[in-house]
Design a protein around this ligand. Structure first.
Ligand code: G3H
Ligand code: ZN
Length: 287
């Protein structure tokens, strides 16, 4: 199997993006992989610190291996928004393919220092590293009833991004261009700052760029962002909503008690969201 760097380069050359789909439950994991295999798309499975604490780092790695072999599709496991070197080290030791160090709340120098420490350790194990510059709004992926306010000072500064990638030599960089975690209640989030993305693209050379908070982002913005140079897009809230909504409906009848029956619609719903994102990102048939 080719590694994630190969697929990121391919995405850059051919103008598509690879989806990262977060999970904390095996039905979600299976739904994502089923669709990836059906559409012959490379897949990144993501777990945050919270998600991986619940699921288990070793369990995630073991099941990635099983599904990779059984489904015959390139599946990569990413530790998403790791806040400390110690936690990322645990994920690397467990066998994750990629780790994301989120030092976005730290002063730039501190962010660079810890990113370098993560990279030094990760390189020895052949693990790919994502960093972050600019603050992506909201820590949690959920539905927001209020309007989300994006502060100019939290957007990625292209000069800082250039300095960060030059000093750390990170493989991927997460950017803040009006994207945020979660979805506004309307179902569609405000437009991305594609003008800023262009500046960041120029400032960061060949580094793969990552769009977090992909749920609810207008589809034209996603297409525009891929055209400018986004190679990875993270999706969580839309998967959570599809999964929990279907589960809630299935469980309204108190006599429904068989997990493989009440989880069947939730599984299909996860497959549905994943399939629509793969088509939108252009990663189908890119295996
Ligand atoms: O890191 C995970 C993602 O950025 C998820 O964002 O919940 O808005 O899809 P989302
Ligand atoms: Zn994120």
């Amino acid at each position: 199997m080719k590694n994630i760097k190969y697929y990121l380069k391919k995405a850059q050359k051919e103008g598509f993006a690879i989806g990262q789909f977060n999970f904390s439950d095996f039905t979600q994991m299976k739904g994502v992989v089923n669709k990836g295999a059906e559409l012959k798309s490379p897949i990144i499975l993501g777990t945050s610190e919270g998600e991986s604490n619940f699921f288990g780092l070793e369990e995630a790695v073991a099941l990635r291996n099983v599904l990779r072999k059984k489904m015959g599709v390139p599946i990569f496991l990413n530790l998403d928004h790791g806040k400390t070197f110690e936690y990322l080290k645990k994920a690397i030791d467990a066998g994750y393919d990629m780790v994301h160090f989120d030092g976005s709340k730290l002063p730039l120098e501190e962010n660079i220092k810890i990113t370098k420490q993560v990279i030094k350790y990760a390189r020895r194990k052949g693990v790919t590293v994502e960093g972050e510059i600019g603050m992506i709004g909201n820590d949690a992926s959920r539905l927001y009833s209020e309007k989300f306010e994006i502060k100019e000072e939290n957007l990625t500064n292209p000069a800082e991004a250039a300095e960060y990638v030059k000093k750390t030599k990170v493989d991927l960089l997460a950017v803040s261009i009006g994207n945020f975690h979660g979805i506004e209640i309307s179902g569609i989030d405000p437009n991305l700052r594609l003008d800023l993305l262009k500046e960041i693209r120029i400032a960061t050379g060949e580094t793969a760029l990552v769009l977090h908070g992909g749920s609810g982002t207008p589809e034209d913005d996603i297409r525009g962002a891929i055209k400018i140079g986004i190679q990875k897009i993270n999706i969580n809230t839309e998967l959570r909503l599809a999964f929990s909504g279907n589960l809630r409906r299935a469980l309204t009848d108190a006599e429904v008690i068989v997990p493989y029956k009440f989880l069947a619609d939730a599984l299909k719903a996860v497959e549905g969201v994943t399939g629509r994102k793969i088509e939108l990102f252009g990663s189908a048939s890119k295996v």
